[in-house]
Design a protein around this ligand. Sequence first.
Ligand SMILES: [Zn+2]
Ligand SMILES: [Zn+2]
Length: 341
Amino acid sequence: MWEERWHPLREEWVIVAAHRQSRPWSGAEVGAPVAAAPPFDPTCYLCPGNARVSGAVNPRYTGTFVFDNDHPCVGAGAPRELTPPAGIYSNRPATGVARVVCYSPRHDVALAELDVEGVDALLETWQQQMRELATHDDVNFVLIFENKGEVVGVSNPHPHCQIYATNFTFKYIETELQAGHRHLDATGRHLFQDILAAEQQDGRRIISRRGSAIAFVPYFARYAYETYVAPLRTVASIAELDDTERRDLATVLRDVVIRFDNLWRMPFPYVMTLHQGPVKGDARGIHFHIEFHPPLRRPNLLKYLAGPEIGGGNFLSDTSPEEKAAELVAAGGPHYRTKTA
Ligand SMILES: [Zn+2]
Ligand SMILES: [Zn+2]
């Protein structure tokens, strides 16, 4: 495979040059064995009952647990009086809210190892956070994301995600919003609905489906194993899903992360991000979805961002989205570690 594919959400070309990929992984490269984490770690600042750097002590929580980040990148404490920079440059206060969401009290249970009820409870927590953060004056947008694995810079294995609630809309979502707007004005249809229709028409890259939710490796994937998880109904935010839709989404989301872990029988690193419309103003044209960007192409083999990506701004993919989707389709079943469906 050697072609360019149009990424309609980012409005850019992706170079797919799968013929450059070296011979398929033969099994020689295996991930370093990961020492099993204990269920509770007395030195972990996320475990129940432990103290954090701020001195605050975590409650003995039993479900999800949300707290304000002790080292926020945006927050109420950011300086309001700023020195104006020179010339055309501009700045403004870094206000907003930064939070951490622990998935469960268990230090050793990743998203893929939670049961469906646990994943659904996390999704419900995200819904509550979206509703609450929308009431803050200095919050216009909410980015919910999980960095998973040391390869993406996470040293604490206690499963958690982060929330950045900001005064601005993050760049990729801004691009999706504009693309969605234009498509809606030009065709009367939602761009993401047209993507869903094309994925279902082709069918080869769909890796999971349940009721009102679907998961697929997009035609225009930039990363090997890049996966989107989405409700079939167009909503701007997870907060708009009803209980049945949320449960379906939890089922598909869990199925996807189990497949990731099963693929190489190791904890699979990724950056997971919820793409949602701004909590204030016009969110028309956005269809809420969850994007996974896994950094590995093979066990121990990183996708390095270099000249094309960092220097030029377009991705060069060495893998075929159809082949990678087929690998994930084949990696279903119970999680390799828990052995339960
Ligand atoms: Zn912990
Ligand atoms: Zn997106």
